[in-house]
Write a protein that binds this ligand. Sequence first.
Ligand code: S3P
Length: 162
Amino acid sequence: MSATANSSGSAPFAPGKSIVIVGMPGAGKSSIGRKLAVRLGVPFFDSDAEIETAAGMSVKQIFERFGEDEFRKGERRVIARLLGQPPHVLATGGGAFMEKETRDLIRTRAVSIWLHADVEILLERATRRNDRPLLQGGDLRELMMGLLTKREPIYAEADLKI
Ligand code: S3P
């Protein structure tokens, strides 16, 4: 595994800041985030899990009942609340970093890591789950490629890519 700093070349290390992991669904944000938090001896949070607890329903149900826009609003609120807490590791849902407001917040309050994974790995993992609304109702490869094309330039704004 290799890490590269983003194109600004700025030093991403920032003691006292949280670490926010961004990237595509299936990249491994939660499992890596959890391990990183243990290593660092800080709490771990998962934005999707926090949204589900706050809403009392699953991400899939939120999308079905209220739509993506409402989900994004909830996601923004949850991430803002978490980033107001002492340093921790936060794994975000794949679309969170696409929201400018959320991205700005992450930029000011945390060090962001883009966890990058090969598309074939993402696809293989995606076939094991059917609870991701944006990867339902069409050809999985096409849906995934569509998201990747839109999102990779934005993920690339993260402080580090691993
Ligand atoms: C989403 C990814 C999901 C979840 C929601 C939307 C996305 O999280 O937040 O289904 O927009 O890519 P994971 O990246 O943890 O699967």
